[in-house]
Design a protein around this ligand. Sequence first.
Ligand code: GDP
Ligand code: GDP
Length: 434
Amino acid sequence: MKPTLVLVGRPNVGKSTLFNRLTRSREALVADVPGLTRDRHYGHGRIGPKPFLVVDTGGLDPEAQEGILAEMARQTRLAVDEADVVVFLVDARQGVTPQDHAIAEELRRRGRKTLVAVNKAEGLPLEEARTEFFELGLGEPIPISAAHGDRVAELLERALSDFPAQVEVEPPAEHPRIAVVGRPNVGKSTLVNCLLGEERLIVFDQPGTTRDSIEVAFQRDGRTYTLIDTAGLRRRSRIDEPIEKFSVVKTLQSIEAAHVVILVLDARTGIAEQDAHIAGFVLEAGRALVVAVNKWDGLQAEQREQVKREIERKLDFLNFARFHYISAKEGRGVGALMRSVDEAYASATAKLPTPKLTRLLHALAAKQPPPRSGIVRPKLRYAHQGGSNPPLIVIHGNALERLPASYRRYLENSFRREFRLQGTPLRVVLREGT
Ligand code: GDP
Ligand code: GDP
């Protein structure tokens, strides 16, 4: 799994500025998906060969903005506990504040690896910045400028020093790895138990085992699946602790580790903003997706129509995925759901041979030639597969940057249709020359 960096600090120290800098390179991939709610609180980053996830806790608990931040809000504490590295931002221009001390104390108590980043340090004497914030008791502070990028690379190198560079080879795909995700109470545990049947189990978290994910294999209709680290598998860390039902970090990590994500929605509460956020992350991670609209039992026809309309309106950017209307409690619709999981898995890992791709590309160009742009007409030469899960199609040609977005969509939709890539995001990139 990718290491997770969690950014904490009081308001206005520059968390979202740093977040944007760390995740910027990924932005372009999903920038042009119409209707997608761009989530500002979690994303992907990479330094050299090391990919990582970033969570900005600034937006996790809106109520934390008011009131006392000394008592870090619950979702923030949870994110800290599940972080691989915590980056604690402070403001060089304001100096150490009582709130910084309170946060530092809480971070020391939680015992995760923590780095103090002294932000807005551009143009200030570095030694002073280091010395002043040393008193927070969290090791040697690193002066940075999130706005200008100064020493952000150094910060990342220190943050990720314990993690090996990741060679991006797909793990051998013997059978589909599934993550079941969704808001609290939508019915994830119920669905997981329904899938596991007799094999249902309760697992207790071991404190300090953040990196270990829980995986359970199960069989259904003669096929094997692996369910990864999800609600219903993980319950609580101690018997006397309330069950924390939703964890952003866990959700992100299990999406990353899956081939296919089952996003569970609750037909009774309608589509919430958080549903769209989680869906957006699945899309950004490039994972295959099947949507389970749960609690379909006992709904009036009118309510059902309303839910379907709402889905069309708010989740139209998921048009590559199949939607199933199920009752996890009664076990209805679950068989069909799993057939879509198989289909999505097959699509995500499909092999697209170069000759077939190229023939199709030429046929599409003959049927609808790329529009002229000024005096040049873009030329499509050939296509090959550049990756899978999600499938990546690389198109080679000339003047391709002049292809209008509508033409790219035409190509993308046609590839999707011809290769029956149902249930997976598809990436198409254009490459100049041969
Ligand atoms: P957050 O509330 O912690 O997410 O803070 P923001 O990222 O919204 O930043 C708060 C303010 O600090 C904004 O006006 C930023 O432009 C400014 N800021 C962020 N990083 C830097 C920096 O490196 N140097 C300076 N001078 N200002 C910064
Ligand atoms: P989780 O937080 O997403 O894991 O949700 P749970 O599986 O714990 O379910 C939350 C509540 O919804 C429980 O009271 C379940 O009994 C109920 N529930 C789950 N699935 C269904 C369903 O298909 N129909 C109905 N009517 N209730 C359900």
